[in-house]
Ligand binder design. Structure first.
Ligand code: PBG
Length: 328
């Protein structure tokens, strides 16, 4: 059989070298940011729904960062598990200069001055109500009162050496307020990675277990976005860009690839995507049962996020994926 067929797309797939020649996207260690959970305890405590992830002790964190750096991952997003006794309604531990996050940032910068640190800006790990903002007596999340605390949190991290602050709280106007606070204090070099389109997602479940930070009452729907919406993400994107964000984020990543693409097309800013705890948990669970080839499925999920238009990806697979990518 040899029909005359002018278009045979398979010709561009016939050899590995040709496939490599025409490959449109790739994912490399340089695109990955590694989120790590830390606590003040002396042992690394495994997180049930996130096999391979731990609440790291100070020593465990140093080991994990060193191992990730060895495979080309240089950026780390830190999330603290805070002792219940330190949680208050106003989340003041978020800007304690002696707190776990500033202490840890200083220790990392002392050891590796070239490490890139991404600091989470939100109150949920510190707030006795488990919300990202301050909760009023009637249950409302107070926007403007929260912003004042977020600015203090950003300044506290800036003094500790943070490179990028990442407000994940979804209060209105926080990017402008944080930019102003940083600039007024002389921290014009600290970047802002805005969680621009952060959805009220069920995929954050394992993260809240990791930090013991689930809301004590209510949900996060008055500040995080409705999963049904995409035009609203464009509105958030233009506000964050106008307020001075350096990068925009979509979160979660896998179920929101269309939103990543929409922001990529609407903005010239770098786009980040967060492959969240639930996305990681799904891959791990299927892999543990032998239902998926973990390496192939995890790398494909990251490539899909890049193809959708993300420049950088926050992923709990960062170290493992980098190791696979560099041939380990
Ligand atoms: C809260 C915050 C959350 C995540 C990152 N920052 C959870 C939430 O909004 O409830 C989730 C990340 C993940 O699930 O991996 N500021």
């Amino acid at each position: 059989m040899n029909i005359i067929l002018p278009h045979r797309p398979r010709r561009n797939r016939k050899h590995p070298a040709i496939r490599a020649m025409v490959r449109e996207n790739h994912v490399g260690p340089e695109h990955l940011v590694y989120p790590l959970f830390i606590h003040a305890g002396e042992v690394d405590v495994p997180i049930g729904a996130m096999p391979g992830c731990f609440r790291l002790s100070p020593a465990g964190l140093m080991r994990e960062v060193e191992a990730a750096r060895a495979v080309g991952v240089h950026s780390f997003a830190l999330f603290p598990a805070v002792a219940e006794a330190l949680k208050t309604p106003d989340g003041r531990e978020a800007h304690n200069p002696e707190g776990l996050i500033p202490r840890t940032m200083k220790a990392l910068k002392d050891r590796w001055p070239d490490v890139v640190l991404v600091g989470d800006i939100a109150l949920d790990p510190y707030n006795s109500d488990g919300h990202d903002g301050i909760v009023a007596a009637d249950g409302r999340i107070l926007n403007d009162e929260t912003i004042a605390v977020l600015c203090r949190q950003a300044l506290c991290q800036a003094r500790a050496g943070v490179d990028i602050v990442a407000p994940s709280d979804m209060m209105d106007g926080r990017v402008a307020a944080i930019r102003l606070a940083l600039d007024q204090a002389g921290f014009h070099e600290v970047s802002i990675l805005a969680y621009t389109a952060k959805y009220a997602s069920a995929f954050y479940g394992p993260f809240r277990e990791a930090l013991d930070s689930a809301p004590k009452s209510g949900d996060k729907k008055t500040y995080q976005m409705d999963p049904a919406n995409s035009r609203e993400a464009l509105r958030e994107a233009s506000l964050d860009a106008a307020e001075g964000a350096d990068m925009l984020m979509v979160k979660p990543a896998g179920p929101y690839l269309d939103v990543i693409r929409a922001l990529r097309e609407a903005s010239n800013l770098p786009i980040a995507a967060y492959q969240v705890s639930g996305e990681y948990a799904m891959l791990k669970a299927a892999a543990e049962r032998g239902w998926l080839d973990e390496r192939k499925a995890a790398l494909e999920s990251l490539l899909g996020i890049r193809r959708a238009g993300a420049d950088l990806i926050l992923t709990y697979y960062a170290r493992q994926a980098a190791q696979w990518l560099v041939g380990g």
